[in-house]
Ligand binder design. Sequence first.
Ligand code: T1G
Length: 703
Amino acid sequence: MQITDVVSLEVEDGIGFLIVNNPPVNALGQKVRQGLADGIAAAQADAAIRAVVIIAEGRTFPAGADITEFGKPPQPPALPDVCQIIEDCAKPVVAALHGTALGGGFEIALSSHYRIADKGAKIGLPEINLGLLPGASGTQRMPRITGAGPALDMMLSGKPVPVARGRDMGVIDEIAEGDLRKAAKAYALKLLKMGWGRRPTSERREGFKDMGAYNNLIVERRAELQKKAKGQLAPFKILDCVALAADPSVPFAEAMKAERAAFMECLASDQSKGMIHAFFAERQTAKIPEAKAATPRDLNKLAVIGGGTMGAGIAVAVLDAGLPVVMIERDAESLERGRANVEKVYARNVAKGRMSEAQKDAVMARWTGSVDYGVLADVDLVIEAVFEEMEVKKAVFAQLDAAMRPGAILATNTSYLNIDELAATISRPEDVIGLHFFSPANIMKLLEIVVPAKVTADVVVTAFDLAKRLGKIPVRAGVCDGFIGNRILATYRRASDYMMEDGASPYQIDAAIRDFGYPMGPYQVSDLAGGDIGWATRKRKAATRPPEERYVQIADRICENGWFGQKTGRGYYRYDGRVSVEDPEVLEIIAAERKRAGITPRDFTDDEIIERYFAAMINEGCNVLDEGIALRPLDIDVTLLYGYAFPRWRGGPMKYADMVGLDVILKRIESYAAEDAHFWQPSPLLQRLVAEGRTFDDLNKGN
Ligand code: T1G
């Protein structure tokens, strides 16, 4: 019988199947919660039912609360109450898990008396990825079974674990072989036959056997979090709740109230708003205009031109996706180097025990190499990753144009060259696309898909299909110098250099940016990437640099000394291995440059550093939006989150700007314009949004 339109109750041989069917992931929206609560009541009232199995249709057992409900007025029944109704059921309740039983879904399972799972299923409490904590008893019920360790591992990592691991922890009682529904029914009947009745999790205490170890672990984890989660809220709230769970003086119901209060505090935090925004934003970037008009072309065989750092990284990304890859190099020696670059990645995996030699050999068997472009005749898509020089790329494209079949796609991995210009040199500009990977290409998830003027919609859609298959986060970008990410980076780096020349040390700036939540500040990043790269870019741009643009020469002076950063042992910092120290000689260079430029240095507060740094970032983001280089503010957020280490719990620069207030950002820019009208030109889009009282969130929603 239908309980609600997404929950039904079927009785079979005395077992009441409470079935959730709320695609796509059986999220625990109001109708599901109501259906579960009413379904348990109906099962209790039905004398024909001796035990209940909670199970789901579709691809997964409930994957959590319905995140789209957050921020809206809560609708009863609340999930913690539904969990209590399940646990209080007078008849034994079995949860039958498949897919990814996450968050509130796993809490539903923990509140059931027993748990059986399909062998391929996963369980998890990923709420921390949303700046939240398991707010429907996860912090209270799981430790009662597992103790603090496995519970904290799951909640603080946010990572799902296979159900076999869950069985080891004691939270999964049975692994199903074959059909889950049949196995669940047999399991329930076996429990009844053995006289096993209700087993309320809230009454279990095996997880508290060794309270000394339990409490020591809480202390240890808190110390760890103080280092790596400084400034974040949810991780510490999780610790508090798990600590409370084991406090014998606090009844379960009272601890549940504390968990609820902690959950609501997290839900109200900007951090959670930022992370929930990031969750949906990274799923929105693939929703592009071309997807309405076209379908992807076949992608069975891929090739990479170039076996250097980027070419090898891209080849590994393709191999990791289970696809074959052909690598082309200019001569046998270069090709062998390219192959070695690829094999090195897998050899490291073997050395770390992540894969066996046999698995490495099997992956490498899908790599083939050649110096002959003729082997590309049947390839569906080629990615060139040769030297970042237009003439070199044009020569490669000419060979590709001659060698590849009609309908094949030619992609360039260039990070700044003009793809329209490159496309115009061959017979099929409509088949040319930009695939800007970030180094290391097999690790970094961001993929800027750069859309030239003449490309057809199906080529764009095919590129997005490739991104999904490679497990990348795709962002659609227009053609300009630096596309989305590097263009915005260049701007906020200039703002930082101006502050350095005006009086802030690079070390103060780095510290302020780390306090904002970045793992490293801009000068640490420069030393990591190599100052020579930025130096080459500045030289490239020198001829076209507007005369009115303020140019800071400090970085050039440092590079002229050959101080390129970690790879030369010194850059902005001196390096003793991985240990970096501030360098008084760099401060002397800065002082000399200030003198040369006639600048009297002044103090900066950390707040002013943050305000200027992000005002520049956000303003250039507005220009990128206004010029159509990025589709929506969320595309800029995802780019900066996944390519430039913007702290996820702030949601991205545009989300952060909405939280600060666009009018506040605009006022700051207008006040800075007095000192440098060329650099601090308020973006017309920012001015329009402030005048109209609209936010970036409004733009994201198409309003
Ligand atoms: N609520 C609402 N929509 C969701 C959702 C959710 N929990 N999970 C996924 N979706 C949407 C998603 O936006 C996309 O929509 C579609 O489903 C497919 O998702 C009290 C408070 C389950 C592993 O954090 O990790 O429970 O783009 O593209 O790659 O303690 O989705 O198609 O319109 O990601 O196969 C805790 C979040 C919530 C799990 C599937 N649960 N979801 O991955 O598909 S908080 C989570 C995921 C909570 C309680 C607390 C993944 C997935 P659209 P998808 P996928």
